[in-house]
Design a protein around this ligand. Structure first.
Ligand code: CUA
Length: 310
């Protein structure tokens, strides 16, 4: 499922980073080939012949000293300037004078995204293709690292310190992201997707996601909605429009509309969701969701309820 290519940049920011990488690689390759070539040439050309005396020694050639001081200095200066220029073109301001378009928070072990209109999601970030968004990166617990290789630079998620990046995709598509800083047992399953879509689809999605959940009128789903409140699910999970306001776990207001569960560990289908409700530790060992000890009919009802939250 994870197939993000580092060498296939899809935003102006990553195209600039990729160009810098290529330029540095070419310069380094020229330096390497020159030095290695001269070493090999001298080894072959000036080998000690049998019976030869020690060759004449030379010290203190001023032109040579100047040459191998100035040339490396120029090379490093050029690399320095191109790097700083790329950083200036790619990085968001450290203290932006505009409000972020969305706030992404790293948790052990999932990513939360909050949009300015109140929409909240987990493991799946939608952006408008062709327009850059200012993203604030926070952490709720330990240090994580937000990374979408094709779209943006890495940014550490540090508790108590907000970082900012530009997030942009040139064309619509689904881009893979991950946590790039070891953060505990399930660090490897702290993945997410960025869904870039046309502007109209994006605003429709954002409006839909900000709407409160519809309360089911009757049947198993209605039982599930009641159980969700009485079994304290709402202590950790929020469902907009209900009494559930928890912020420790993913917002579930529109959980059924998401592509995957458990930060990419599995596709979002009733079987996966049933496993999370019935035995969270088998779904993703070590995660912070406790077992609610639901009976089988109770678990079925909660599943029926969550499946209505499109
Ligand atoms: Cu979060 Cu690694």
């Amino acid at each position: 499922m994870f197939s993000a290519s580092l060498l296939n940049p899809q935003s102006p920011q990553t195209v600039a980073i990729s160009a810098l990488f290529t330029n540095v690689l070419v310069v380094a390759l020229i330096v390497f080939l020159t030095v290695a070539g001269l070493v090999v040439y001298n080894i072959v050309r000036y080998r000690a012949k049998p019976g030869a005396r020690e060759p004449q020694q030379r010290f203190g050639s001023k032109p040579l000293e100047v040459l191998w001081t100035v040339v490396p200095l120029l090379i490093v200066a050029v690399l320095f300037v191109t790097t700083v220029r790329t950083m200036a073109a790619v990085d968001a301001p450290r203290q932006p004078d505009q409000a972020p378009d969305l706030i992404v928070t790293g948790h052990q072990w999932w990513w939360e995204a909050h949009y300015s209109n109140g929409a909240a999601t987990a493991g799946e970030i939608h952006i408008p293709a062709g327009r850059r968004l200012l993203v604030q990166i926070d952490s709720a617990d330990v240090i994580h690292d937000f990374w979408v290789p094709q779209l943006a630079r890495k940014m550490d998620a540090v508790p108590g310190l907000s970082g900012y990046i530009w997030l942009q995709a040139n064309t619509p598509g689904i881009y893979q992201g991950s946590c790039a800083e070891f953060c505990g047992a399930q660090h490897a399953w702290m993945r997410f997707v960025v869904v870039a879509e046309p502007e109209a689809d994006f605003s429709a999605w954002m409006n839909r996601q900000s709407e409160p959940a519809q309360a089911p009128a009757e049947g198993a789903a209605a039982d599930g909605a009641r159980l969700f409140q009485t079994k304290q699910c709402g202590d950790c999970h929020a469902i907009l429009g209900t009494a559930a306001l928890g912020r420790n776990g993913p917002d579930l207001t529109h959980v059924a509309s998401r592509k995957s569960l458990g930060s990419g560990i599995d596709t979002n289908d009733p079987a996966t969701l049933a496993r999370w409700i019935g035995d969270p530790q088998s779904a993703k060992p070590g995660n912070h969701m406790p077992d609610s000890h639901l009976t089988s009919p109770e678990a079925q009802a909660v599943l029926a309820y969550l499946e209505t939250l499109k």
